[in-house]
Design a protein around this ligand. Structure first.
Ligand code: BGC
Length: 504
């Protein structure tokens, strides 16, 4: 029963994810709308910038978000993100020329950059350790729901031929953003932020009681948080400079690579451009848009298994099986295109065998399934849980910004690559997926079931020696066993603080 509160708070804050997803999905439909194209008459470059101005803004927003998260608190920063979003959505809805449209896209992007950084961070700081992965997965579920809703609204508007339907699509986003803005006033603040930044144990305790829904059992958790904070303060190293010190290199590299790899899976090549890929199988725009709508449903439904598995099987197994599954799907898609399609004089690819073409679409769907239960949610879970509190907001800002940068690169380069090397573009993503499998296998520790403070101690201990020494191996094994870390290495509660040196 106590858990219901934390689920409700996480679901509500995940509205930020819904807005994120809605904006990812919106453009593939809007760019197909005749009245939109007639009004703005964008050339190819301008078309690209209508999409990527949003990601540029998101990159910027993610970097700025750490200031808001640290100075205003997690809750108010979510409020600020939704307020900026409403401003951006108004500009987009009312746009009458490209300059206003770009401005709206950039403003909305900034807000989504802020929200995509803060919501998982906030969820991770409120979550009990045994369901942390599941709670952050709610953010991914909301993202996929947002994509699904925008695909289908777009499909309906295009089929109906509604005049100014694109304005309706842009304007509708204001409703959930307004709900988030008003609702955030009633959310509890992160107890970890209250302890660290405000040094206010009373408010932190009250906040934790609100989230847990009961008074008993919060004392031990608060004590653990306080010990983690004392440990960090004794080390006395916050600030941007120390973010790049030796102690942070390993966790920071994991967060950055996991986020950039999430984009290099090629998921957004599918989310943004699948309709044009589907047109190799069917020349009907209606059917290929419908196939994209189905893609949205599959993406959403396949995120549910992650809710169940991420805290049971752990992050590593899902990342590895997801990456291998996606690589196999892309290999099959390339094989089918290679054998059963031809490239026309103007560069268009057409399937000569319709059954093989539909098989390729099925394998694209299976690719999405493999992404949705693994790299989709875990791309956001890992960065939100592996940093010490004093660096957390800044580090998550950087990792989130790299996600948006990767998103931008994939959005920008996929169309020219599809035009020049056609379906072989999937081989590039396949190569990345194999690399990612090896990376996770060798470098990413399992974090399931560990408290944020235990994870922090692991990285501090590991930073004492940078090579893969026997000690690090032992540490990794101990960390992987449930609650074993405290017996094998010095946890804050058993160590003398002078034992733990960052030594950068
Ligand atoms: C990614 C987005 C992607 C979405 C697809 C998210 O985790 O960050 O870039 O479009 O998943 O579901």
């Amino acid at each position: 029963m106590g858990r219901i509160h934390v689920y409700l708070v996480s679901c509500f804050s995940a509205i930020g994810g819904f807005l994120f997803g809605y904006d990812i999905g919106i453009m593939s439909s809007v760019l197909e709308m005749v009245d939109f194209m007639t009004l703005f008459q964008p050339d190819e470059w301008q078309k690209g910038f209508i999409v990527s101005s949003f990601q540029l803004g998101a990159c910027l927003g993610a970097l700025l978000a750490s200031f808001a998260a640290d100075f205003l608190g997690r809750r108010m920063a979510i409020g600020l993100g939704s307020l900026i979003f409403i401003g951006g959505a108004i500009f987009q809805t009312a746009a009458f020329n490209l300059a206003v449209l770009y401005t709206g896209r950039i403003i909305s992007g900034v807000s989504i950059g802020v929200l995509s950084m803060i919501v998982p961070l906030y969820q991770s700081e409120l979550a009990p350790k045994d369901i942390r992965g599941r709670l952050i997965t709610l953010q991914q579920l909301a993202i996929t729901f947002g994509i699904l809703v925008s695909f289908w609204i777009g499909y309906g508007i295009i089929e109906d031929g509604m005049f100014n339907g694109w304005r309706l699509m842009m304007g509708l986003q204001i409703v959930p953003a307004f709900c988030l803005l008003t609702g955030v006033m009633f959310l509890p603040e992160s107890p970890r932020w209250l302890l660290e930044r405000k040094n206010d144990p009373v408010k932190a305790r009250n906040s934790l009681i609100r989230v847990r829904g009961e008074e008993k059992s919060v004392e031990e958790e608060l004590q653990e948080m306080q010990m983690g904070i004392d440990l960090e303060h004794s080390l006395g190293k916050g600030g941007w400079k120390h973010l790049f010190g030796r102690a942070m290199i390993y966790p920071l590299s994991i967060g950055i690579l996991i986020q950039i790899f999430q984009q290099l899976t090629g998921i957004n090549a599918i989310m943004y451009y699948a309709p044009s890929i589907f047109q190799s199988v069917t020349s009907s725009k209606g059917i290929s848009n419908l196939a994209q709508g189905i893609n949205g449903i599959i993406n959403f439904l396949s995120t549910f298994p992650a809710i169940y598995f991420v805290d049971r099987m752990g992050r590593r197994k899902l990342l590895i099986s997801g990456a291998l599954g996606m690589a196999i799907c892309f290999a099959t898609v390339v094989g089918l295109f290679g054998v059963y399609s031809t490239v026309g004089a103007s560069g268009e690819v057409n399937f000569t065998n319709i059954t093989a073409g539909w098989c390729a679409i099925v394998f694209i769907y299976l690719f999405v399934v493999n992404f949705a239960y693994s790299w989709g949610p875990i791309g956001w879970i890992l960065p939100a849980e592996i940093y010490p509190l004093q660096h957390r907001a800044r580090a998550v800002s950087i990792t989130t910004a790299t996600n948006w940068l990767g998103n931008l690169l994939v959005a920008q380069f996929t169309p020219p690559l599809l035009k020049t090397i056609h379906y072989y573009v999937f081989l590039i993503f396949m190569g990345c997926l194999l690399l990612m499998t090896a990376y996770v296998w060798f470098w990413v520790p399992e974090t399931k079931g560990k408290s944020l403070e235990e994870i922090e101690t692991y990285f501090i201990e590991r930073s004492k020696t940078s090579k893969r020494t026997k000690r690090n191996k032992k540490l990794e094994e101990a960390f992987t066993e449930p609650s074993n870390l405290g017996d094998q290495v010095a946890l804050p509660r058993t160590s003398t603080l002078s034992d733990v040196q960052l030594g950068d």
